[in-house]
Ligand binder design. Structure first.
Ligand SMILES: C=C(OP(=O)(O)O)C(=O)O
Ligand SMILES: [Mg+2]
Length: 400
């Protein structure tokens, strides 16, 4: 029934206006799935390879499509992903590109769900998925690699941890985004938006902390539930490896000072979540910080782990974090993303399913978050490619 009869690939636009890979998979009984690869700007050094879209498509057509069409069942995700790995032959998808691989992997899952007549989260999560829904982390102010001349810290994330439902959480995050805009206007600060739709004002990080604290408190008062906030420091982008310092404009911090700084922020602002507080190679620094504040907040590895179970194992051994960011395109297949998620959960790390800064209207990660019962999903607060996922979460909550 779910035998794949056709795989089509094409270039489509992502939210930055760059070409990306879209895949369409058709099954023998007429099931259909479509998915597109996202792309990062602050990418980790150890991520799987993203090739230029036309190169990735040409190579996947030559090497992967013939191994899949007429040979692999979409309902058997592991065999789809094994065929992609066999077609490629490298660890990092250097040959067909992780962008082709992930688009085909996700389109096959969607085609299987369609063939079986089940929602994607149900197909991926199975009959014993449970009733958990993720809390969305909403990017409300940001800079770093996602916007020029804005904050040094890449993302300030609203975290509506007290929301009674996904829908309440989604609307609360959008409201915090709106409140931040109003506070910026009151302060006469002009602000464009960055790649993920967050405000990107030319203010110091310290002012951004003040504004986000005020906005989350204000909206929490309006909606009547707790809204905390968190950060994606994306510290690799701030780290000068030659000098061994983190640079925030003219301010420099040694790795020890960086740990002290972040630990201080966790205390001062009751941060519920801190992603990539240190350079992607500093497992020990991560472990030190997790030791200090891990009982109060989530210390999450994005560039540190790149959704890779080998790097995650190293992190588990070192006690480097208590949360894992899961981005399927960092590793190339849904099977690999599931394996990393499962390994994290088995070892007491919270999985956080995430978008990329360059996105499409693809909604697979919303389903992945529900399927894996992840406690958090990071997929922005506003903007069409972000609301595609957020609105899918709202629909899913109604039907699950
Ligand atoms: C979403 C992120 O940004 P990018 O996709 O640019 O890596 C991130 O760093 O978590
Ligand atoms: Mg990150």
């Amino acid at each position: 029934m779910t035998l794949i009869t056709e795989v089509r690939l094409r270039r489509v636009l992502d939210s930055r206006g760059n070409p990306t890979v879209e895949a369409e998979v058709t099954t023998e009984s007429g099931g259909f799935g479509r998915a597109a690869a996202p792309s990062g700007a602050s990418t980790g050094a150890h991520e799987a390879t993203s090739l230029p879209a036309s190169e990735a498509i040409a190579s996947a057509r030559e090497h992967a499509v013939p191994r899949i069409e007429g040979q692999v069942y979409a309902g058997d995700q592991r065999s789809v992903d094994a065929a992609l790995r066999a077609a490629d032959g490298t660890e990092s998808f250097d040959e067909i590109g992780a962008n082709s691989a992930v688009a085909i992997s996700m389109a096959a899952a969607t085609a299987a769900a369609d063939t079986l007549g089940a929602p994607l989260y149900q197909h991926l999560g199975g009959a014993f998925r449970g009733n958990e829904f993720p809390t969305p982390l909403g990017n409300v102010i940001g800079g770093g690699e996602h916007a020029a001349e804005a904050t040094h810290i890449q993302e300030f994330l609203a975290a509506p941890v007290g929301a009674p439902s996904v829908a309440d959480a989604v609307f609360a995050n959008a409201r915090v985004h709106g409140a931040v805009g109003e506070i910026l206007a009151e302060r006469d600060v002009a602000a464009a938006k960055g790649d993920e739709g967050a405000w990107a004002p030319a203010i110091d990080d310290s002012e951004a902390f003040e504004i986000v604290a005020e906005a989350t408190e204000q909206v929490a008062g309006e909606v009547g539930f707790d809204i905390g906030f968190g950060l994606d420091v994306a510290a690799t982008e701030l780290y000068d490896a030659d000098e061994g310092v983190y640079r925030y404009g003219d301010t420099e911090r040694t790795p020890d000072e960086q740990i002290e700084y972040v630990a201080g922020l966790v205390d001062e602002y009751d941060l519920v979540y801190v992603e990539d507080p240190l350079d992607e190679e500093d497992f020990e620094g991560f472990a030190d910080l997790t030791d200090q504040v891990g009982s109060e907040t989530l210390i999450c590895g994005d560039d540190l782990f790149v959704t890779n179970t080998e790097r995650l194992d190293r992190g588990i051994e070192a006690g480097a974090a208590n949360a894992l960011l899961v981005k399927p395109n960092q590793i190339g297949t849904l099977s690999d993303a599931f394996d990393a998620t499962e390994r994290a959960v088995e070892n007491g790390l919270a999985p956080v399913i995430s978008h990329r800064s360059g996105e499409t209207e693809d909604t697979t990660i919303a389903h992945l978050a529900v399927a894996t019962a992840a406690p958090f999903v990071k997929t922005g607060a506003v903007g069409g490619e972000r609301t595609a996922k957020l609105n899918e979460l709202i629909r899913t909550e109604e039907t699950a």
